[in-house]
Write a protein that binds this ligand. Structure first.
Ligand code: UT7
Length: 334
């Protein structure tokens, strides 16, 4: 018997505190006009010093479980894509499992930059379709403002904090996980990197002094890779799914730059109303951007049933990923 994997509940959580473009004008040499026209971002959410990834991830996961009607004992595994865990180890996923009282289930973090959430969906799909598991929680969560160089105007205006989660089940109805495409290219990985703190440049007074613990990005180079990789990820996922572009109802893309989202939408020949955009509110939340947008699209009723939805992402690694969701009749709009 053919097994499928369905998204049966979505949730997200973002910190209360807003950092606007006007606030950033006071910190670095930038303008609201530059940020809005080059990126589409107007404000972003930012955590306080006490809050860590597991705090917001737990809230997002709780919301997804509630939407799915799951009790703690229903969850069989929890996986979390992030580049900003609470600690290098133990994993943030294990901390979240404990916080939510999920018992001693398998829990692990993985790292695929901003593509992390779709990488997580593909892993959950594999576990469920193979018959190994029936119910998996996937979280995408990041706090890039914790590793931002606030003196670097080329990066500090871009990022925000947030977490998104989905409950994935072998039993629908829901958003069925269809064809996908994922990939990486480490040969250009140094263009988007946190160089310090790992085994190459262990944390030291020197790495701190040189700001190696913060994000370094060659934005325009990444931009060009992103446009190409996102387009290819979408088209190859559609091909694997056997779905023509003309049947796509909605694109939910990683929210890194409005111009990249527009280019991806053009490649899919979509109308503006077929593209979900919330970058103006949250900036680039890395692995959280797609699950936050997906949850908003579900809760606002932007996703209708039936709907074919394309998710597409690009990020550090470099990595990229696309997946097709078939939102089927009978979903509770949760
Ligand atoms: O999520 C992971 C993947 N990340 C991405 O996909 C990010 C991809 N890259 C981008 O989104 C864009 O490249 C950026 C938004 C980062 C930059 O936009 P850009 O159009 O590529 O600008 P640029 O880097 O070519 O810089 C253009 C100018 C430069 O000045 P000059 O050299 O022309 O005089 C920059 O110094 O804009 C200047 N600039 C700024 N000016 C005001 C850079 N940052 C700022 C700023 N405010 N914040």
């Amino acid at each position: 018997m053919n097994r499928n994997a369905y998204i049966v509940g979505t949730g997200h959580h973002v910190p209360e505190r807003k950092l606007t473009n006007a606030d950033l004008e006071k910190i670095v040499d930038t303008t609201d006009e530059w940020i809005v026209t080059r990126t589409g971002i107007r404000e972003r959410r930012i955590c306080d010093e006490q809050t860590a990834n597991s705090d917001i991830s737990s809230e997002a996961a709780r919301n997804a479980m509630k939407a799915a009607g799951w009790k703690p004992e229903d969850v069989q595994m929890i996986i979390l894509g992030t580049v900003t865990p609470d600690y290098t180890f133990p994993s943030t996923a294990a901390l979240v499992a404990d916080r939510l009282g999920l018992g001693h289930i398998p829990a692990y973090d993985f790292e695929a930059g901003c593509s992390g959430f779709i990488y997580g969906l593909i892993q959950a799909k594999a576990f469920i379709e193979s018959g190994l598991l029936d119910r998996v929680l996937v979280i995408g969560a990041d706090m890039l403002t914790k590793i931002t160089n606030w003196d670097d105007r080329t990066t500090c205006v871009l990022f925000g904090d947030g977490a998104g989660a989905v409950a994935i089940s072998s039993e629908g109805p829901g958003g069925r996980l269809g064809g996908f495409h994922w990939g990486s290219n480490g040969s250009v990985g140094e263009h988007l990197i946190q160089p310090g703190g790992g085994s190459r440049n262990p944390a030291s007074a020197e790495t701190i002094e040189q700001n190696l613990h913060t994000i370094q990005m060659d934005g325009s180079r990444i931009f060009k890779h992103a446009v190409r990789a996102m387009r290819d990820a979408c088209l190859k996922a559609l091909e694997m799914d056997g779905t023509p572009k003309s049947e796509v109802d909605l694109l939910i893309s990683h929210q890194a730059n409005l111009r990249i989202i527009d280019a991806t939408a053009r490649a899919l020949e979509l109308q503006p109303e077929q593209v979900f955009i919330n970058i103006q509110k949250y900036g680039n939340t890395s692995a959280a951007s797609i699950p936050i947008a997906l949850d908003e699209a579900v809760r606002e009723g932007t996703i209708q049933k039936p709907n074919t939805v394309v998710l597409a992402a690009f990020g550090a690694g470099l990595t990229w990923a696309g997946i097709i969701l078939h939102w089927e009749e009978g979903t509770e709009g949760k």
